[in-house]
Design a protein around this ligand. Structure first.
Ligand SMILES: Nc1ncnc2c1ncn2[C@@H]1O[C@H](COP(=O)(O)OP(=O)(O)OP(=O)(O)O)[C@@H](O)[C@H]1O
Length: 371
């Protein structure tokens, strides 16, 4: 991997050429961009970057100031080939900007849904990568999982029913152009209300101890890995219901049905990961992450080779040429067309740039002024 470079803190929007939107999230969008002075950094800075543009007003309204600060801090210290790289951050009075590595293969989720389910070999390949990332994060005391209910006694009554959504889910895994995973979205929690409407997000990955508000440390990550392995092999998660309440009940009941085609070793690992009793959950025992890596299902994986992307890849994202949806003649559009026609953006949908500007934040009341 090239050494990690950081762009100066005083960069501004004008230091970049801006291209198409790669995706949208709850607080803004991610756009492709090119740093105008990239030549100063040689090959250490990729030509194209993905810049996450987050609306300050929305972050403040949704009480996500701490979480975004957390995300930025974590992204800046991470240095693992399977996690997305961050090249710095900046802000204006409306937005926070996180400058990220552009991951060209699209969402892992799209790939999983397209395939329906994976064969054992692919499920092993992807889950070993997540296992390696968790090992790396935990060794630095970073928990990928959100800690949303930590407020404990300070929580107000109406917040009592708030639950986190696990952040390990196929949507937060991107594929790079080599077919390897890149984990994104660090430190971002979303509050989910304990009710049955669509606001509930994706509760299938929540661990029982989180539901019971009995803590949410490293073992929660191992639980989510168990859910992910099951989902990859079966095509849907182990605890499903149309109603989130039903999902929570099934998680707490802990009954897992394994179809006959489920690989024996994978089943053994999933059972050990989806263990409600924390003192028995693999990854949380004396041997820590190494116990998971040493499980016989991962026997064929050489983790050093995996991390250095030396293992053969079964599926490489299909990168095909794509054309612009807009013919407006202007400099920005020309740049966008150039960006759009690039083959490695073909895995992204087209998002129109019709977004209204969010309100500006008065510098005197801006919680991000020291960002
Ligand atoms: N580094 C990146 N390279 C390429 N595409 C990206 C990158 N980061 C994010 N994206 C795309 O942008 C989309 C939005 O990303 P973002 O992290 O803002 O939101 P999210 O995880 O979908 O949403 P939320 O904030 O609601 O959890 C992603 O789903 C993905 O398709």
């Amino acid at each position: 991997m090239p050494p990690k470079v950081l762009l100066p803190h005083n960069v501004t929007k004008d230091d970049f050429e801006w291209g198409q939107t790669l995706g949208t999230g709850s607080f803004g969008r991610v756009r492709v961009a090119r740093y105008k002075k990239r030549a100063d950094y040689g090959s250490d800075l990729p030509d194209r970057l993905a810049i996450k543009c987050l609306k300050k007003a929305a972050l403040i309204k949704m009480k996500q100031v701490d979480h975004i600060n957390n995300e930025k801090n974590i992204l800046l210290i991470l240095d693992h080939p399977l996690t997305v790289r961050c090249y710095g951050s900046f802000q204006d009075d409306r937005y926070l900007f996180l400058i990220l590595e552009l991951v060209g293969g699209g969402e892992f989720f799209t790939h999983l849904r397209r395939q329906g389910r994976f064969d054992t070999e692919s499920a092993r390949f992807y889950s070993a990568q997540i296992c390696d990332i968790f090992d790396y994060l935990h060794s630095r005391n970073i928990i990928y999982r959100q800690a949303k209910t930590e407020r404990g006694r300070r929580r107000r009554r109406h917040e009592r029913a708030c639950l986190p959504v696990s952040d390990l889910k196929p949507e937060n895994m991107l594929l790079d152009r080599d077919g390897y995973v890149k984990l994104t979205n660090f430190g971002f929690a979303k509050v989910v209300e304990f009710r049955t409407d669509t606001l509930c997000g994706t509760p299938e990955y929540i661990a029982p101890e989180v539901l019971l508000n009995k803590g949410h440390g490293k073992p929660v990550d191992w639980w989510t890995l168990g859910i992910l392995i099951y989902e990859m092999i079966v095509g849907y998660p182990p605890f499903v219901d149309e109603d989130p309440m039903g999902i929570y009940q099934k998680i707490l009941a802990g009954k897992i049905v394994f179809p006959r085609f489920f690989d024996r070793d994978a089943k053994s690992l999933v059972k050990k990961l989806l263990q409600a009793d924390l003192s028995k959950r693999l990854g949380n025992l004396k041997g820590g992450s190494q116990d998971v890596k040493d499980h016989r299902w991962f026997g064929p994986i050489h983790f050093d080779d995996l991390r250095n992307k030396r293992l053969p890849v079964k599926y490489k994202p299909h990168l095909k040429a794509q054309t612009s949806h807009d013919d407006t003649p202007c400099t920005e559009r020309d740049f966008q067309r150039d960006m759009l026609s690039a083959d490695d953006l073909s895995n992204f949908e087209f998002y129109p740039d019709s977004e209204e500007l969010p309100p500006a934040i008065n510098p005197a009341h801006d919680p991000f002024k020291d960002w």
